[in-house]
Design a protein around this ligand. Sequence first.
Ligand code: ATP
Length: 200
Amino acid sequence: MPQRLGVFGGTFDPPHRGHLAVAVAARERLGLDRVLLVVANDPWKKSPERSVTPAADRLALVEALVRGADGQALPGLVASDLEIRRGGASYTVTTLRELAEAHPGAEMFLIIGRDLVDEFASWHESTEIERLATIVVVDRPGYSAAVKRGWISLPVEPVDVSSTELRDQLRAGRDVSAHLTPAVMAEVRARNLYRVGASA
Ligand code: ATP
């Protein structure tokens, strides 16, 4: 049986329960061997608009996310530093090519939120992305774009949260424990991110 590999890329600034719900649902419902949560080194669509948290910090947060509540890794979920090691702007097509080379014969599934459906055509070499992987679109509250022929639409339990909201709430000193796992919150504090101090 060829390996079934989920590729879930993001800025993860910070990673939240919405991301976790997507990764877990995709792995279980599509029978994936692994879901790689690929942390963007330089998210080229976002970085001109705002300052993005350093990649090493965001990777540590995603590692905390997949570590699970009791320090036991969540089965099949892997924090990937592939794009960080490559450096530069993070293009999904390059990531898929590298993964195809590293895992010959693997069947790849690129998981994206429904908010990204309309912009997908503007991604670097989007036709090649579609050739390399099956596109899986997960529901995201507030978005309803239809999927293209050949893509998979995967309903997931709605988790109405975005990293942008969470950054704002953290900076305002609000309690975001409903949206961040305890391990991620601990890492945010330890690294003094989003101006949340170690003693805060
Ligand atoms: P930001 O608010 O900073 O733009 P974000 O919350 O959209 O960030 P990203 O790291 O950009 O998070 O998202 C990575 C992937 O996760 C994308 O495919 C996005 O569509 C998806 N995603 C993010 N949040 C959710 C959510 N609440 N439900 C479903 N999918 C989500």
